[in-house]
Design a protein around this ligand. Structure first.
Ligand SMILES: NC(=O)C1=CN([C@@H]2O[C@H](COP(=O)(O)OP(=O)(O)OC[C@H]3O[C@@H](n4cnc5c(N)ncnc54)[C@H](OP(=O)(O)O)[C@@H]3O)[C@@H](O)[C@H]2O)C=CC1
Ligand SMILES: CC1=C(/C=C/C(C)=C/C=C/C(C)=C/C=O)C(C)(C)CCC1
Length: 325
């Protein structure tokens, strides 16, 4: 890192072959963990540009980075919703060269659609979808010129299937999946890889932020039955799911590091083996009938089976790794 705060490829004590990795949304959760794990790589294979939209939140990251701070990890401001912020951030990286881009920044949204404004819905699409697209547009010309690169996107199991009352969030992750799967085909021609990482529930600030948003909102215009289904059926089931199969951000970060290290990066990688029975329902019956009927049944008709199922999924004897690795 030079005197002007520019990130150099020949960082202190670093192999010149180190790859520059830019991660969005590093103020907490998965982004913070990933940035730290990469920066602490014993072989110093990465020069990490750990970004966040609000630098006042950098304390936790800097503490977790420890000695890597200023060596293999640099903190930079980046709001994925702002063209200026993206341009400014890339201008601080020497040559603007990013070898690995990790689109991690994202926001959740739950609630009945009748009670959510279009403006709120757009802000989720702006961050989760257009935020990733904006960064890709910025780094792609350089990657194409150099004929190398890796674009990793933190998608979600909700990029594969919808979940009740997560309509807009799931739509944003479906958009991400369609966009990056399409792009992957063209980019292979330029030796650029695309990987969609699909975690299930992860124990980060994500859920707390959602619950805070829910408790501060009235969902105007929503009928009492729907509100009852949301508050008394969905929310307790979701809380239980986080409790029973929730993964740690460290675990998810480890899975992402493996994807980044892979010589043949996968297009898709789920991170939570315990969640796979739920995603499998759509795969075994592509009509979608089985997934919709079973999840509807679990929520509305067989709540005791849901509880039993969640307890089984929480049981330590189940595999915790998604195969193949
Ligand atoms: N937790 C979960 O259960 C799951 C999460 N995911 C995905 O993982 C990713 C990370 O979430 P997670 O770590 O769990 O949650 P956190 O809430 O801990 O982290 C989200 C990060 O995104 C940042 N962010 C939000 N908006 C912007 C923006 N406009 N520009 C830059 N950064 C922004 C947040 O910054 P700030 O602090 O400023 O808000 C924060 O750093 C998200 O894409 C999420 O959709 C996927 C599956 C499950
Ligand atoms: C599928 C499903 C459920 C909920 C799943 C949830 C809540 C998943 C959350 C995933 C997250 C948080 C992804 C983040 O990107 C219920 C309600 C338990 C019922 C049974 C089927």
């Amino acid at each position: 890192v030079d005197g002007r705060g520019h990130v150099s490829r020949q960082g202190i004590n670093m192999a010149s072959s180190a790859r520059t990795v830019l991660v969005s949304g590093c103020s907490s959760g998965i982004g913070l963990e990933l940035a730290v794990q990469l920066a602490r790589d014993p072989k110093q294979r990465y020069q990490v540009v750990a970004t966040m939209r609000d630098l006042r939140k950098k304390g936790a990251l800097e503490e977790a980075a420890g000695e890597a701070l200023g060596k293999t990890l640099t903190v930079a401001q980046l709001d994925v919703c702002s063209d200026e912020s993206v341009a400014q951030c890339l201008s601080c990286i020497q040559g603007g060269e990013v070898d690995v881009l990790v689109n991690n920044a994202g926001l959740g949204l739950v609630g009945p659609v009748e009670g959510l404004s279009i403006a709120t819905m757009k802000s989720i699409l702006d961050t989760n979808f257009f935020g990733a697209v904006r960064l890709v547009k910025a780094v792609l010309p350089g990657m194409k010129r150099r004929r190398q690169g890796h674009i990793v996107v933190v998608s979600s199991v909700m990029g594969l299937q919808g979940v009740m009352f997560n309509d807009v969030y799931a739509a944003s992750k479906f958009a991400v999946e369609g966009f990056f799967e399409s792009l992957a085909i063209q980019l292979l021609q330029f030796n650029i890889h695309v990987s969609l990482v699909e975690p299930g529930p992860v124990i980060t600030d994500f859920e707390g932020k959602l619950l805070a948003q829910v408790s501060s909102q009235e969902f105007p215009g929503t009928d009492p039955d729907t509100l009852h289904y949301f508050r008394d059926i969905y929310l307790p089931a979701s809380r239980e799911l986080f409790r029973s199969v929730g993964q740690s951000p460290q675990d998810v970060a480890r899975a992402i590091v493996k994807v980044i290290n892979s010589s043949r990066p996968p297009l898709r990688r789920q991170t939570n083996a315990r969640y796979v029975p739920l995603t499998a329902l759509k795969v075994v019956a592509p009509s979608g009938h089985l997934y919709v009927r079973v999840t509807h049944g679990l929520l509305f008709r067989w709540p005791r089976l849901l509880n039993l199922g969640l307890r089984c999924l929480a049981c330590g004897c189940l595999p915790t790794r998604v195969r193949p690795q």
